[in-house]
Design a protein around this ligand. Structure first.
Ligand SMILES: [Zn+2]
Ligand SMILES: [Zn+2]
Length: 282
């Protein structure tokens, strides 16, 4: 067995373990909150779930691209002045964890905001927004090329701040579990803590396809970052509001994988003036 195949199988089984854990916890919470009726998965939800699992497999098989891009960038950044790793040694672990999560989320906030504002980046991120039936597996809906762009930059920011690779990997794992939760069908608010840790209602509003909800709630973990930059928007419950976007390729794996290329071809052939108006719509 080649090293790559072995690595892929390890990755896939850990992902399957994570998904199973997410499924059990979210299902239990939904059952407690809404009763047994909330546990049934209709046809549309099943189709969406199947596409998201398909993307988990496809992205796992091509994750080497992300690792390669990250390795190249980190190698180039060795020459850039940065905080030494020893800087964090005497700092209590709870402050370290909070600071690291903040650095990751702050970097992610601007990358996410850029993904919505830039006409060429949007088609990659649009794949994540294509789910019209948001559920916990929607967190897994992403185009591998979006990760090729964003993950090296997030790793680069962590490196500049002197964070250890192992520590960041652990935090990303925690964040992944939290992403299951915020994409779930639980329309929960954290009440007084709603500005401190993102809840499902906060992130669902990010996906809602209404003009007033566009370009809002970019942070993944800390909503106070959105508050600081004027992009926080949670006017009330979001359950039942449509998610997705116009020109959505829907729940079909191959059209989703090809969507960025189709969009780029359209953008490249569009006159300059039309291009900027398309960007404004995102
Ligand atoms: Zn987004
Ligand atoms: Zn999302």
């Amino acid at each position: 067995m080649t090293d790559y195949l072995r690595y892929f199988l390890i990755l896939l089984s850990s992902k399957a373990a994570l998904i199973s854990m997410g499924f059990v916890v979210i299902t239990a919470l939904a059952w407690l909150k809404y009763g047994a009726g909330s546990l049934s998965w209709g046809g549309r939800l099943r189709r969406s779930g199947a596409v998201n699992v398909g993307l988990v497999i496809f992205n796992g098989a091509t994750l080497g691209l992300v690792l390669y891009a990250t390795t190249v960038l980190l190698h180039l950044m060795q020459a850039v002045p940065h905080v030494p790793e020893g800087f964090w040694l005497g700092v209590p672990w709870i402050i370290q964890a909070f600071a690291a999560l903040f650095i990751l989320d702050f970097t992610n906030y601007w990358l996410h905001r850029w993904a919505h504002a830039n006409a060429w980046f949007w088609p990659l991120h649009a794949v994540h927004h294509s789910d019209t039936d948001l559920h916990f597996l929607s967190s897994q809906r992403a185009h591998i090329l979006e990760w090729v762009v964003t993950m090296p930059l997030v790793a680069g920011a962590a490196f500049l701040c002197g964070l250890s690779v192992e520590g960041v990997a652990f935090l990303i794992l925690i964040r992944e579990l939290h992403q299951f939760y915020v994409h779930s069908r639980l329309d929960w608010s954290h009440g007084r803590l709603r500005h401190v840790i993102a809840d499902p209602r906060f992130h669902r509003w990010h996906h809602v396809d209404l003009p007033e909800a566009h370009n809002k709630n970019f942070s993944l973990f800390f909503p106070f970052i959105d508050m600081a930059f004027g992009t926080y928007y949670v006017p009330g419950p979001a359950k039942g509001l449509a998610t997705g976007f116009e020109d959505n390729p829907g729940d079909r794996l191959v059209p989703l994988l090809l969507y960025p290329f189709r969009s780029w071809a359209k953008l490249a052939s569009a006159p300059r003036r039309k291009r900027s108006s398309m960007q404004a719509m995102d």
